[in-house]
Design a protein around this ligand. Structure first.
Ligand code: ZN
Length: 243
């Protein structure tokens, strides 16, 4: 027994995952049995939540029951920050278990009869389960298609390389936080040393060319969040604009 996502479904799910960054999202999928394979051919995205929580409002579920294929609305899908690339109970939080067992697909367990759930784990893989709500049994199943393990491993390796480079870059440059994320401003105007292209910003150029003392006087000294950070090579300035 397994769950198969059609090419357009997996493509769209991964597009959503990329668009919402690290946030959770959830929705319902439409699926039908092909032998012992549950094929999910469509889904609706119903919520984007926080990094650790997503929920589906019941008023969003009702209109779905008007679809001619509403009987195929069998799959609860979401992304969350736990689990592995292998199916099993470890992929499901206590909240997930409770949701699936007490209100599968927003309904009454005995009326729903059975449901499937798929979750995207931090491994970038979807894993699934199929619950029989009358017999109170669960089967943990694989979800296909899956990315090649080598490409995931390669992506992690390259990401680690990038982070290592970023860390050494940060340790030798001024660092400003803009709340939404760090921006790194190099001290020398060297294109290779400017991965984020900040020198294209005229205001930034002016900032970089300005006298350091003056910069401190004007901008930082009366900023109560200003914290000087010192290192072996030169003083660093960190300024928080919020968050
Ligand atoms: Zn979850």
């Amino acid at each position: 027994m397994k769950i198969q996502l059609t090419p357009s479904v997996i493509h769209d799910l991964e597009a959503v995952a990329a668009q919402v960054g690290g946030l959770e999202f959830s929705g319902f999928g439409f699926a039908e049995w092909k032998g012992d394979t549950l094929e999910m051919y469509d889904f609706v995205l119903l919520n984007v939540g926080s990094e650790v929580f997503t929920e589906i409002k019941s008023k969003l579920i009702l209109p779905l029951l008007d679809r001619p294929d509403h009987k195929n609305m069998r799959v609860w899908l979401h992304r969350h920050p736990l689990g592995s690339d292998k199916p099993g109970p470890h992929n499901w939080s206590a909240t997930d278990e409770n949701t699936i067992q007490t209100s599968p697909l927003g309904g009454v367990p005995e009326m729903v009869g059975w449901s499937a759930s798929i979750v995207r784990t931090p491994y970038g893989v979807w894993v699934g389960r199929i619950d029989n709500h009358r017999k109170k049994t669960v089967r943990h199943v694989e979800v296909f298609p899956q990315p090649h393990p080598e490409i995931i491993t390669r992506a992690w390796e390259l990401l680690q390389d990038y982070r290592a480079k970023q860390m050494s870059h940060l340790s030798s440059h001024r660092l400003l936080s803009t709340g939404a994320g760090y921006q790194v401003f190099g001290v020398e105007n060297d294109e290779d040393d400017d991965p984020l292209g900040v020198y294209d910003d005229p205001e930034m150029e002016e900032w970089l060319e300005s006298d350091e003392e003056e910069f401190l006087d004007d901008d930082l000294e009366d900023d109560e969040d200003y914290q000087p950070i010192h290192s072996r090579r030169q003083p660093f300035y960190r300024r928080w604009f919020g968050g």
